[in-house]
Design a protein around this ligand. Sequence first.
Ligand code: BG6
Length: 493
Amino acid sequence: MFDQETPLPPCNFVIFGATGNLASNKLLPALYRLELAGKLPEGLNFVAFGRREWDDILWRDYARTLLTNKLKADGADLERFVNRFDYLRGELNDPQAFLDLKEVLARPKLGVCSNVVFYLAIKPGDFSAVIKNLDGAGLSHPRGLHRIVVEKPFGVDIESAQMLNQLLHRYFDEKQVFRIDHYQGKETVQNLLVFRFANTLIEPLWNRNYIDHVQITVAEDLGIEKRADYYDKAGALRDMLQNHLMQLLTLVAMEPPPALEADALRDEKVKVLRSIRPISRRSIHAHAFRAQYKAGLIAGQQVAGYQDETGVEQDSVTETFVAAKFYIDNWRWRGVPFYLRTGKRLKQSMSMIALRLRHPPQQLFRETPLETLEPNWIVLSIQPDESMHMEIHAKQPGLDMNTRVVKLNASFRNPDEHPLDAYEALLLDVIEGDRTLFIRFDEVEWAWRVVDPILKYWAQERDFIHTYVAGGWGPIEANRLFDGEDTEWRNSV
Ligand code: BG6
């Protein structure tokens, strides 16, 4: 999947927020795996930009230890990787630090290089300072070769997203902007397109005639870790649903694009977002539900409640669980509810897309011991396991007419095939300049438009939030969203 123009690989890659959560949990391990796979260009150098009073040596020690602990990294590959790095100490809002950066980028070691990736692995609140300071130091190069990678959430609502976009476009051309949503890089998510559009068996079922409803779940057993500063202002709707879950919804619901090109794919996703029925103020309760975790047990360990996490405001009503129902008013999906749900401190980490098919007629089996036939499901598991299967009924061997559910398994990874991390795939795309899996601004804008009424309503309801005990599947009250009486959340693959 490539953009029409395939630009040159970069020679410098600057990570802002190099000592932060995202860089240590996702970026460094993924870049190291790319090193191991021989995918990093020979002349590619990294600059770790952070606040700690470190120098190159201390940074490399830090990176070495981190990768050894996380990935058992060692030997020549690890040394080659850490030696690609320079460390630059600086504050994101200090223009001088960006002049220093310009100097580092011009060092003879790195040669004369006109192609730099700037990765903003920082809080959204710091984006604007960095963008302006890059420009102030002459590092933005509109229509140049530099690339800027921006992590979600893009803004905190539609207005701020538009402002952020205007700011980006003042200094960078759209072709230089990579808006990352790492769910796009997950293997099952990419496989969804193949599953749907490369199998004659599947596509005829994929519509309102056969599908009763769709469930998209992203459950995490983790809490907010050390991110209260960001999370308490964001909440689950902004942190997960507006971006990751909405992206999954678009891929499930979209029409086949004419080609696997960046814009063809994004055009189809935008059409889905534009077809989502707007939620009126009066129907918010029927469409959206929020809650917050209390203390509880996860895998036998006692964990604190949200309000007791360090940095969370007293009496915060920030949601750590959100469930929502959307209708897509087009010919394919009219009347089919899409239930989306995500939460922290749930029973286990598990992400999946599950489509329940319509009930078969029971008439034929009326005189048999079968009371009800459970409907069929199509289930795509995103993590921890990557798998796809369909559930159908088969007769149980024996004298009675009983059935059991049989899984038609379409797992796609052989035991010797190494699972790719989403960031591995996406970082390689950034280096290669392929924007297919990155988000275009109109996708961001339309996704904000969809959730905006919910955000506005919740912003006014500041005195109450439902709670749930950590270690469960979230509050029972979330079931109020269901249209069908026989609908329930599916909690396992
Ligand atoms: C991030 C959110 O975008 O995704 C985090 O900010 C969340 O809150 C994470 O934990 C989940 O990603 P993954 O790949 O672990 O499912």
